[in-house]
Design a protein around this ligand. Structure first.
Ligand code: HSE
Length: 299
């Protein structure tokens, strides 16, 4: 039996929630075709859409690592064959490595008769993130797996909380045709945060969560700020400030870096604003000699 599984792109950090907050979009996402076989090996049969850039070795590919880590936990030597349909651009900040891992986990868990509940698949997906970028962060894998807005309240032990949204919210993702490796954009971050910045950041993250739950759109807008990662990472994104200003001027509640970038996200109250915001962001990217595509999705 071959089954096909999908996992969506995600926006990690959501400005003020570095490594602790993320949400899923409807599309785009990665897909896998996955089947069990009589061998004892996990094999990536082929990858479609990566232009030959991702490793086919299962222990280096996030889909393979996630599946191997799940099988290890069960003490199973099971043959598995995976075809990965890589729809998400690499190094985009849209949770591309996470989506491949999550799609593969949904698939293998189903084929094995669902030995794990969805939430319990998280550690295996985090293992894949560790291989992809050196850090087992969960703010992409958790929303990709569980959907919606997800808070990683703690890592040790892992404590993942879904944040129920009231009210409609639309996300624009504008993806320029440059790449940033998460590993590199983590390395530029400072390791210590002045108390003043920490106070600003935790005020904003609490404000954002409250704003999403109430809903209070002004509060969401006021809280979409990042004084920890954005000041440094934005230097790697040509035209960042102009693009952000253009998004807000067009009616977005706020705008920031999606995950580790270079994709930018903006949140809007309705679809038509989110669509206009996408066009405005695209235009600004173009002014900085970058082609981009944008996606609009309900959060
Ligand atoms: N929280 C992670 C980071 C997400 O910002 O490095 C990576 O997409």
């Amino acid at each position: 039996k071959i089954i096909r599984a999908f996992a969506p792109a995600t926006v990690a950090n959501v400005s003020c929630g570095f490594d602790v907050l993320g949400f899923a979009v409807d599309q785009p996402g990665d897909e896998v075709e996955i089947a069990l076989n009589a061998s004892a090996e996990v094999v990536i049969k082929s990858i479609v859409g990566d232009k030959g850039r991702l490793p086919l070795q299962a222990d280096k590919n996030t889909a393979g690592v996630a599946v191997m880590s799940l099988l290890n936990a069960l003490g199973l030597k099971q043959g598995v064959e995976i075809t990965l349909y890589k729809n998400l651009p690499l190094g985009s900040g849209m949770g591309s490595s996470a989506a491949s891992a999550v799609a593969a986990l949904i698939g293998i868990n189903y084929l094995l008769g669902e030995p794990f509940q969805k939430k319990d698949l998280l550690p295996f997906a985090m293992e894949a993130e560790r291989v992809a970028c050196g850090a087992a962060h969960a703010d992409n894998v958790a929303p990709s797996l569980l959907g919606g807005v997800v808070l990683v309240r703690g890592y040790d032990p892992l404590d993942v909380v879904d944040i129920p949204l009231s009210g409609q919210l639309y996300c624009t993702l504008a993806h320029p045709n440059i790449e940033l490796k998460t590993e590199d954009s983590r390395q530029v971050l400072r390791q210590n945060i002045p108390l003043k910045d920490a106070i600003t950041q935790w005020g904003n993250i609490a404000g954002l969560v409250a704003g999403l739950m109430k809903p209070d759109y002004d509060l969401i807008g006021r809280s979409l700020k990042d004084v920890v990662a954005e000041p440094i990472r934005s230097l790697l994104i040509p035209g960042f400030n102009e693009i952000k200003d253009a998004a807000v001027k067009e009616g977005a509640l706020g705008c920031g870096i999606s995950g580790s970038g270079p994709t930018l996200f903006a949140l809007s109250k309705n679809y038509s604003t989110a669509d206009r915001v996408g066009r405005a962001m695209q235009l600004q990217f173009l002014k900085h000699k970058l082609n981009s595509e944008f996606y609009v999705s309900e959060v």
